[in-house]
Ligand binder design. Structure first.
Ligand code: SF4
Length: 176
């Protein structure tokens, strides 16, 4: 039987949700018995591949790069999982939404600089006006709240998906 193909990525997040994913400890061995991770921070792949079964996405959509990666993952994946409060609600990244983008960048890179104040432009993805949850830009099939979500909650979700079931999250997960 073919293994399930899982892709993961983090957009505007702190990587804490991916750390929680790894905190499944030895249970990840059982997951990898049934699934291949074909894209993500631990995989040497440059581009989100075609034919992914489950996309697990951490972080809010804050930049043009975030938006394009989320759209590519959506187009090339059967199921999209929003992993963690930043992906589910916007959470920490959306705290900037009350401040105009230009003012925010000026404050951080010029007014707040202690040396060589300048706004970086080379190779820096353009910020969107607002940071938003994943579902503000693409269709999301499963929301997994938590900051970060508990490893056992992530394991439950992946375990159900690997068995071909839609996970009933019920009281297993919570925000924050
Ligand atoms: S939900 Fe929490 S742990 Fe996950 S990326 Fe956001 S701030 Fe980090």
């Amino acid at each position: 039987m073919d293994k399930v193909k899982i892709g993961t990525c983090w957009l505007d997040g702190c990587s804490g949700c991916h750390m929680s994913l790894l905190d499944m400890d030895e249970a990840i061995v059982a997951v990898l018995g049934k699934a291949d991770i074909v894209f993500g921070p631990l995989v040497d792949a440059q581009e989100w591949p075609e034919g992914v079964d489950v996309a697990v996405i951490e972080g809010a959509i804050s930049s043009q790069d975030d938006l394009e990666l989320a759209q590519t993952a959506r187009a090339r994946s059967k199921i999209v999982v929003a992993l963690g409060d930043c992906a589910v609600t916007g959470n920490v990244p959306s705290m900037r939404n009350g401040i105009p983008t230009a003012k925010l960048i000026e404050r951080v890179y010029v007014e707040g600089a202690t040396a060589d104040p300048q706004v970086p432009t080379d190779g820096v993805p353009a910020l969107l006006k607002q940071a938003g949850p994943l579902q503000s830009a693409i269709k999301v099939d499963i929301h997994v709240p938590g900051c970060p979500p508990k490893p056992e909650g992530i394991l439950f979700v992946l375990g159900e998906l690997l068995e071909g079931r839609v996970p009933d999250l019920g009281s297993k997960l919570r925000f924050g």
